[in-house]
Design a protein around this ligand. Sequence first.
Ligand SMILES: C[S@@+](CC[C@H](N)C(=O)[O-])C[C@H]1O[C@@H](n2cnc3c(N)ncnc32)[C@H](O)[C@@H]1O
Length: 455
Amino acid sequence: MEDFPIEKNQELEVTIVDLTHLGMGIAKIEGYPIFIENALPQEKVRIRVLKVGKKFGFGKVLTLIQESPYRQAVENEDLLRTGVAPLSHLQYKQQLEFKQEQVKNVIVKTAKMPDIQVKDTIGMEQPFGYRNKAQIPVRKIDGVLQTGFYRKNSHELVPLDHFYIQDPAIDAAIVVIREILQQFEVKVYNEKNNSGFLRHIVIRRGYQTHEMMVVLVTRKEHFFQGEKIAQKIQEKLPEVVSIIQNINPKQTNVILGAEEKVLLGRNFIYDQLLGKTFRISAKSFYQVNTQQAEVLYQKAFDLADLKKSDVVVDAYSGIGTIGLSLADQVAHVYGMETIKQAVVDAQENAKLNDINNAEYIAGKAGTIMPQWQKEGIQPNVIFVDPPRKGLDQSFIETTCEMNPEKIVYISCNPATMARDLKVFAESGYFTDSIQPVDLFPQTHHVETVMVLQKH
Ligand SMILES: C[S@@+](CC[C@H](N)C(=O)[O-])C[C@H]1O[C@@H](n2cnc3c(N)ncnc32)[C@H](O)[C@@H]1O
């Protein structure tokens, strides 16, 4: 048997020395780390050991003996337990510093580029109520249809009405929809045996337009009284312009299935971002924090310092928010994106805003970029905004071969961003500084933006 300095169920008094990148407190016993929820650096806490793993353990706070000066009251501890707002017990200024530190860590440890300056994180004045989208699981608890969120690392639903980081109009809408679904006695999904009907409620609300989309995710297609339910929802929530049934028969953690049906109204909503109008379909990506997305994109445009003669690539383009926002400052925009619905949105969005110099096609960045290279397209500014897994390695190679003046990298995952910086460096592309922007207050997530140029 291996020897550990602690054992399961042991009670200990510990001092928190740091936070993990997920926002859990770290205490060390003879160098062995214990991760503890709802515990902040400098705090003294009495804990019970929950789990002893090979490299680290987990503990639960029994008593808070000495509080951090940076602790703030949490509206509801379920916000921490569920991971909806896992940093909401830490004052906002310290949250911003924590995020800057996370970026510095990966730049030193992963990219091994300690000379890059990591700027102060740009935060929000009101860092709550910002999310324009909710994806809420529906489960039956004690015979009643409930909405809420999963307890961290589990699929146990914790009922929750106030999500704190979501647009309050979305929180209120979920309660109204839940009551209607209860009245109509809609059957609820049971993921243990993949039975039942209603799995998730997804809501989007335009930050500027206040148009609302409701997506009811079901296991099967036949929706008894589906249209009647949709009418009732619209009657109670006049902002709703789109109600969609999405069908997901699979036993999976992926929320949306392939097929969808419009139950009421359109299959998209409109919103405005940086003065342009965008339509957004159910499956299309749209930044969940519209206000901070504007700050982030504006930073990206400032770093690009665009000229009228520029040929721009908008890679991983979603509904075209980046490329279409800058199209009138440049000669031409080429965008690519894998989700077909999002590409159609981007094409329609170009028309909607009278933009004639932007084209969007469906496909993977790693496939489309070599195709454009063969066609002789010579971009001088390339914007990349990949998902959390970062850039495809072949995409980076082709991008560098195309020899652009600037590559503007927007990232939602510092770890993969740092990995990719090393690959760019092999082809001579470097950055001097990185700007973190807080798009996800009260959570551990952070966005960064930078410009890479040949040195
Ligand atoms: C972080 S989002 C950015 C979207 C858009 N730039 C925006 O700001 O709204 C990343 C996008 O990349 C798309 N995507 C994922 N993998 C891709 C790939 N291999 N090639 C192209 N697009 C991809 C996703 O569907 C998603 O729309």
